[in-house]
Design a protein around this ligand. Structure first.
Ligand code: URA
Length: 238
């Protein structure tokens, strides 16, 4: 692959910055200064050093973030609201990391971010049936009939939700597990039983749980085992 592609995909610098650094002798490959950014390198074998720092090549980044209130699940927002990628260091934004699915502006908790479009697509594909669980609070007590209706499926505006599971923790709070991700799904489900969400927080996404060590707004990279678990979750035959 081209030297400038390798370095830029790591989020270290833009192609034009790389061309400039190469001209100035700031890039070496296996110890030899390389002045042309289009030379071919083998990222697995060649030792590339950019302005004194070894470049560890990787194409994809996988992150877990504890989404705080008020952030939009996007990489930019036309109205100037803060977006979840604002919470990441610039190298991830340069790598093209984006949120895997949406959480509403006021929903908190587990958000996955990656630049791996294939994995993201598979995780969100309805046929993958990846389960997500959310802790919730509602305005009014939920009756047994409400729970039965929600678990069976309710009409959220021309679409009847698939069966889900609810575990109540009190008469106005609990955990709901869903296997789909329609726009405002849980909010609309509660409205369908004449109730209102007052707090919503994603706790799990497929096999992964929100890391309790992450405060709101904090993030960390997924471990290789977590990435494997996510990939496997999309291959399971349901
Ligand atoms: N359901 C909602 O209503 N909002 C979310 O953010 C996620 C699921």
């Amino acid at each position: 692959m081209r030297l400038d592609k390798m370095i830029s995909e790591c989020g270290i610098a833009s192609r034009s910055e790389i061309a400039k650094a190469a001209r100035a002798g700031g890039i070496t490959v296996n110890g030899i200064p390389i002045r042309r950014p289009d030379v071919k390198v083998d990222p697995a074998k060649d030792k590339v050093v950019y302005r004194g720092n070894a470049v560890v090549w990787r194409r994809f980044a996988y992150l877990m973030l504890n989404k705080p209130d008020g952030y939009i699940s996007a990489t930019e927002d036309g109205r100037g609201d803060p977006v979840v990628t604002d919470l990441l260091p610039p190298e991830y934004r340069k790598m093209g990391v984006f949120p895997c699915g949406r959480l509403d502006k006021h929903t908190l908790g587990l958000m996955l971010l990656t630049n791996d479009g294939t994995l993201s697509h598979h995780l969100l594909a309805p046929k993958s049936h990846v389960t997500k669980s959310y802790g919730f609070c509602v305005k009014f007590p939920l009756s047994d009939e409400d729970i039965a209706a929600l678990e069976r499926g309710v009409d959220i505006g021309g679409y009847v939700t698939k069966p889900c599971r609810i575990t109540l923790k009190g008469e106005r709070e609990g955990v709901i597990e869903i296997t789909e991700g329609k726009y405002h799904q849980i909010k609309l489900m509660m409205e369908a039983v004449h109730n209102q969400i007052t707090h919503l927080e994603r706790l799990t996404f497929g096999p992964l749980s929100l890391d309790p060590a992450l405060a709101r707004g904090e993030w960390r990279e997924l471990t290789s085992d977590e990435i494997l678990q996510l990939t496997q979750a999309t291959f399971q035959i349901k």
